[in-house]
Structure formats: C-alpha cells, structure tokens
Design a protein around this ligand. Sequence first.
Ligand code: 5GP
Length: 197
Amino acid sequence: MAKKGLLIVISGPSGAGKGTICKQLLAEESQLRYSISATTRPPRKGETNGKDYIFLDEEQFMKMRDRGEFLEWAEVYGNFYGTPKKNVEEQLNQGYDVILEIDIQGALQIKRKFPEGVFIFIVPPSLEELESRITKRGTDSQEVIARRLNSAAKELEYVCEYDYVVVNDEVDKAVQRVKAIITAEKCRPHRREINIQ
Ligand code: 5GP
C-alpha cells in the first residue's frame, strides 16, 4: 500500500494570495492534489463548477453536512463552505499530498481531527498591500471589501495556531517557502520509517 500523503492546510486573509500560491504549487508539484470545496457562494466570473468549487444551494449543502460528508465546514462572510471528506481521504490513501485552502474555523476543526496535518498561514506583507490587492481584484463590492479587511486584521491574531507563517511578498518566493516546508515535513522522524542496521 502507498505511504499516506501529507494533509496540507493553507489559510490566510482574503487577498493574501493563497489561491495564486496554490495554483503555482499544483503546477509544479505532481504529487500534490487540491481539495475542491463545496460552497453556497454564487460563482464569480470565470469560476467553473467542479473545478474552482462545487457550487451548491443551501439545501444541498445542509444535506451533505447532515450526512457527515464534510471533513469540516464553516460559515464565511455569510456563505457556507465545506471540504468533502471522500476525495481527500482517497487521495491521501493513494499517497498524494492534499492541499486544503480553507478559513481559520475550518483549519481549527481539521487540526483537532488530524493533528498530523501541516498548517500554513499565508500573510500579505502589510494590511495596506492587502487592501490594494483586494480592490484591484475587482470581484467584490465595497461592502464586502470592508468586511474582508476587517476580518483580515482579526484573522492575523490566529497565526500562532499554525505551524508555519509564509509572507507572500513575491509569489515565486512564497511558493518556494511552501515547497521547503513540505520537504522538511517529509523528513520529520515521525513521518518516516527509519531502518538503520
Ligand atoms: P472565497 O469566497 O474568496 O473563494 O473564499 C472565502 C474564504 O472561504 C477563504 O478564506 C477560503 O479559504 C475559505 N474557504 C474556501 N473553501 C473552504 C472550505 O471548504 N472550508 C472552509 N472552512 N473555508 C473555505
């Protein structure tokens, strides 16, 4: 049987660049798989069902939740988000490393269930830079932007719940740091079978 893969949880304020970092990591690392979350948020322009998210209505989401099909779920900015359990477990069992890009509430739930996961918090270089990135993205209303910035300041207080903090000053550098974390984690004695004669 294949050695179980690493469960990698990435969180950070909206606009910190988690999505871009994950995309680049997935393009560069063939042993990595992305867990596609379910959400009740309506699709943004350019988002595809089944690729970016599994878009559900609230009734469908709650049915999945009640059947215990989520590894974790949370309400974020007025919408529900959840990580479907089956796919993550299958990929890990096949030896792939699985990356979850989820909010702090979800990460804390995963930490209780899978303390052996690797928890990485991505931060922007500053709150000013964060505001500029969210505004430039142009996908959110002024009200949503204000809410996201307010949450970002609060979210930064949770950094210490994570194993690692990566500052996303430049995407390439941030990706290299995450790769270094994955490499180092795989060298930890409790993840290795060591046979020294
Ligand atoms: P967005 O709507 O901008 O795609 O995501 C909003 C927030 O929801 C982000 O912080 C993102 O990481 C988080 N999120 C996405 N998928 C999940 C999930 O499956 N579970 C949880 N708890 N949060 C998620």
